[in-house]
Write a protein that binds this ligand. Structure first.
Ligand SMILES: C[S@@+](CC[C@H](N)C(=O)[O-])C[C@H]1O[C@@H](n2cnc3c(N)ncnc32)[C@H](O)[C@@H]1O
Length: 371
């Protein structure tokens, strides 16, 4: 296999576990990385097929690394329902169970036993670790790894990080804020990046953090201002989004965001939010608009049912491209990324990679967009 100076194969290929409708695939397409996605949900697969994404429809647990011999990069966003109730007894029990299981896996116990002892949904979060350990034992370790989930999963990623370091990876995990990477939305994700032949580094924010009431041009001048909903959507007039939820359950305290601010976290319930236009009309976001707030292309072929849920489950491709580039030891060119995000999916699929990237020099951090 021909490799570049960082030990990565020239034709990059990744396997994406729990691939959903394709948040990571879109980022990979922009970067010119080939993807095999594993996903079992018929609706998410309908979108994947319509988007022409390479897909194995089935249960991740029925597959293993040997089936994807060309993939040297492993990525995954396992389902998270058990941990999103982290404050509750169920969430805490699930967390303890999974942290103990990660330790058992690290000590070289038969991984199959570990998984049969776990609650089904709890165990899925450790599937990527099973894949890494199997590939390692088979003498074909992955070169790079990216995992993403809701912030409550960070303790699991720390446990995975410790296991990966023990088997020779450089690994970091952290919570990243989407608006700090040019996504017109505030959302926090727990991200893990690991590399086998080089130092793993988290991507450096390119945009300022959003703080309610603080103007977007205030703050660190080396960073760009956060992106707004108005910039991302093709709407004729300003608008205000009124959340369906009130703070502390009080409907009078419903969250509001103006079109000159980033969107609140896009969830599967986005269509319940009211979009009040300047002339007082009440509208809803369309599904393509919800996708665009997640930085999917405007013509992304959302298909099947439960589309809002598919959109809410995904990692924003614009965050994913930063994370993936870091895992590959690349810095990305801000201008070409801005261009890629506004291109149609048809264009993105048509030809060469849309985002230019260059290898990170040994001592450098990733440069902010526009710098
Ligand atoms: C958080 S979403 C991942 C989203 C994806 N990273 C993206 O950006 O589009 C988790 C996905 O895992 C899928 N899933 C859950 N359990 C699975 C299993 N055992 N095998 C395959 N897919 C599964 C769900 O249907 C869902 O689409």
């Amino acid at each position: 296999m021909t490799r570049d100076q960082h030990g990565l194969p020239l034709n990059l290929h990744m396997v994406d576990l729990f691939a959903g409708p394709g948040g990571l695939d879109v980022a990979a397409q922009w970067l010119g990385v080939a993807v095999d996605g594993i996903e079992w949900d018929g609706n998410a697969c309908a979108t994947r097929f319509a988007a022409d994404l390479q897909t194995q429809q089935g249960d991740v647990r029925q597959f293993n690394p040997k089936k994807f011999p060309d993939a040297r990069i492993l990525t995954g966003g396992p389902p998270c329902q058990t941990y999103t109730v982290a404050g509750s007894g169920v969430g805490r029990r699930a967390m303890n169970e999974v942290l103990t299981a990660a330790e058992s896996m690290a000590s070289g116990k038969d991984v199959t036993d570990v998984f049969t002892n776990l609650d089904e949904r709890t165990g899925l979060v450790l599937e990527p670790l099973r894949w890494v350990l199997e590939a390692h034992r088979d003498g074909a370790p992955y070169d790079a790894l990216v995992l993403e989930q809701v912030p409550a999963v960070l303790p699991v990623w720390r446990a995975v990080r410790d296991v990966l370091r023990d088997i020779g990876y450089s690994c970091e995990c952290e919570i990243l804020r989407t608006e700090q990477f040019g996504v017109p939305q505030t959302r926090r994700r727990a991200i893990l990046i690991a590399r086998r032949n080089a130092e793993a580094r988290m991507p450096v924010p390119t945009h300022r953090q959003y703080r309610r009431g603080v103007p977007r041009d205030e703050g660190d001048k080396s960073l760009l201002p956060w992106k707004t909903m108005g910039e991302a959507l093709d709407r004729a007039t300003p608008f205000t989004v009124i959340s369906n939820y009130g703070t502390g359950g009080n409907p009078k305290l419903r969250g509001r965001r103006r079109s000159d601010e980033p969107a609140a976290t896009v969830t599967g319930k986005i269509s319940r939010n009211r979009v009040q236009t300047a002339d007082g009309n009440i509208e809803r976001f369309s599904l393509p608009e919800a996708g665009m707030l997640q930085t999917f292309p405007s013509d992304y072929p959302w298909s099947g049912s439960d589309i809002a849920q598919q959109i809410g489950n995904a990692i924003p491709p614009r965050l994913a491209v930063h994370v993936l580039a870091s895992a590959l030891g690349r810095t990305i060119d801000a201008g070409s990324l801005d261009d890629a995000v506004t291109r149609s999916w048809a264009d993105a699929k048509a030809g060469a990679p849309l985002v230019r990237s260059t290898a990170m020099s040994a001592g450098s951090a990733e440069s902010p967009a526009g710098s």
